[in-house]
Write a protein that binds this ligand. Structure first.
Ligand SMILES: *[C@@H]1O[C@H](CO)[C@@H](O)[C@H](O)[C@H]1NC(C)=O
Ligand SMILES: *[C@@H]1O[C@H](CO)[C@@H](O)[C@H](O)[C@H]1NC(C)=O
Ligand SMILES: *[C@@H]1O[C@H](CO)[C@@H](O)[C@H](O)[C@H]1NC(C)=O
Ligand SMILES: *[C@@H]1O[C@H](CO)[C@@H](O)[C@H](O)[C@H]1NC(C)=O
Length: 323
């Protein structure tokens, strides 16, 4: 058993490796794999920075892209929040997950990510220093999954994440075929890698949690509340969601990630899988009530060291136990 000092230096030395592991893990963990596989691609270099058209006369901040849609949404939202605090101009690339789903335009002129010009604010908690960046910082290299990085510009973020018409329309067309006469709650169920790859790091979603959260919404909004289920494992959802108890459940199938996100954004309230940034953003855009389960990261897992749930989940969201 090493002393705390030793443990700390071990942690420090392992830092770079762990950072890479976080990226690796999260770049997988925010996919939405069962649908539109060909849509999923990865930006791994900075060539995106070539298609740029704005001059560099003012301070510009960008991020080095990591992960997929949900993580990218955290990165860009946090960038906008941080830039607003440090008088910077947030810049984003084209040809990316964001511009696939949203009406977002590019404004980077050249590769702004270079050694010495970059900073790495914490991933799963808030680093206050990020609001006081040095004048020469141009690039943020972390995932920055904390609402505290962008909570002060929430309305602007929701506005930035306006869906392209084709996604909005597909979502709406599907919802129009359903009998949605009352309150609508989205149920986002993330499985795949969460149940297969990361079982030593995380606690995946449970039937118990889903049931408890659905009952809770039904108690509050009445029997006619409709549930729209989006998932990377819709067959599992069909098998385990009790459609005898809940007759107003509808499963979103064969929709792209952008459309599933638009479905969540169109609902009044949300049930999400903790730790899924895709779920986080569906709920954030819906802007209603949201349930999550505490203890997504397993106690003692190294990744847990970075997590502060109060920085991750919005303060008015409701924790519902998973066991
Ligand atoms: C940069 O662009 C702005 C308009 O986008 C323009 O007003 C300014 O003169 C330009 N600065 C330089 C140094 O080119
Ligand atoms: C940016 O500023 C920091 C601290 O002032 C300095 O250590 C670093 O070398 C600077 N980077 C560049 C590229 O000028
Ligand atoms: C639609 O839902 C309402 C309320 O739940 C119900 O009264 C009505 O019969 C439903 N209509 C159809 C066509 O299912
Ligand atoms: C599903 O709900 C019905 C009605 O509430 C209940 O009788 C049944 O036991 C439930 N099934 C499971 C597997 O929980």
């Amino acid at each position: 058993m090493p002393s705390p000092v030793n443990l700390q230096s071990v942690f420090f030395i392992a830092g770079i490796w762990m950072t890479n592991m976080i990226y690796f893990m999260l770049s997988w963990s925010n996919s939405h794999q069962s649908v539109a596989r060909d849509w999923i691609y990865e930006v791994t270099d900075y060539s995106f920075a070539i298609q740029l058209h704005q001059n560099n006369s003012e301070r510009t901040l960008t991020f080095s892209p990591n992960g997929r849609l949900g993580n990218r949404m955290f990165q860009y939202a946090s960038l906008v929040g941080i830039a607003s605090r440090s008088h910077g101009n947030p810049a984003v690339a084209t040809s990316d997950f964001l511009s696939e789903c949203f009406l977002i335009s590019t404004n980077i002129k050249k590769n702004l990510c270079a050694r010495g010009n970059d900073k790495h604010p914490a991933d799963l908690h808030f680093d206050r220093w990020a609001f006081h960046l040095g004048a020469n910082v141009t690039c943020l290299t972390s995932l920055m999954q904390s609402w505290r990085y962008f909570g002060h510009v929430s309305d602007r973020i929701r506005d930035i994440y306006s869906f392209r018409d084709r996604h909005k329309q597909t979502a709406q067309q599907w919802m129009n075929t359903l009998n949605l006469t009352s309150t609508v709650v989205s149920v986002q169920i993330r499985r795949t890698d969460f149940v297969n790859q990361y079982t030593n790091l995380i606690n995946p979603i449970t039937v118990k949690y889903i049931n408890t959260a659905m009952h809770m919404y039904r108690r509050v909004f009445g029997k006619t509340v409709a549930f729209l289920v989006v998932s990377d494992d819709i067959q599992w959802c069909k098998q385990y969601i009790n459609t005898t108890a809940f007759t107003t459940v509808y499963f979103s199938e064969n929709h792209s990630p952008c459309v599933d996100l638009a479905v969540q954004a169109s609902a009044h309230h949300s049930i999400i899988t903790s730790g899924s940034s895709f779920g986080f953003w569906g709920a954030f855009l819906a802007n209603g009530h949201c349930t999550y389960f505490p203890g997504w990261l397993r106690t003692g897992s190294w990744y847990n060291l970075d997590m502060n749930e109060a920085d991750y989940y919005l303060p008015h969201w409701t924790p519902v136990p998973r066991t």
